[in-house]
Design a protein. Structure first.
Length: 126
């Protein structure tokens, strides 16, 4: 599964979020962010328009998640270097791989993780 992790300011618009998604070059199957942002109108409108589920994660779930990029301000506030990267990794589950480190698009940061490779029916990994 392809998971887009999002960190964004409360003032971000649906257009801001959509612009960040265009940076990915692929459509995620799930959007993940902090609980406090998951129900904001801009994100729910975008998710509804694209037919994507949104998962909200508690801050405690992101604390301590190692990320390849780091914002000192975010690390101090949330205990992780990047909300977008940590949200993508946590939502993608154990063994997830970050395939796109955070990118910044105005008031939005976005990152992509993929779930761990699962064996196909013949036993090979996908």
């Amino acid at each position: 599964m392809i998971v887009a992790g999002l960190g964004f300011r409360e003032s971000a618009t649906e257009e801001d979020l959509a612009a960040a998604l265009t940076l990915l070059g692929e459509m995620p199957e799930l959007l993940a962010t902090l609980d406090a942002r998951a129900a904001l109108p801009a994100l729910t409108a975008l998710a509804r328009r694209l037919g994507l589920p949104v998962v909200g994660l508690p801050e405690a779930a992101l604390a301590g998640i190692a990320t390849p990029t780091r914002s000192a301000r975010i690390d101090e506030r949330f205990g992780t270097g990047s909300v977008a990267e940590a949200a993508a990794l946590v939502a993608a589950g154990p063994g997830a791989l970050l395939t796109r480190p955070r990118q910044i698009a105005g008031p939005v940061t976005i990152a992509v993780a993929r779930t761990a490779a699962e064996p196909d029916r013949k036993g090979a990994t996908a």
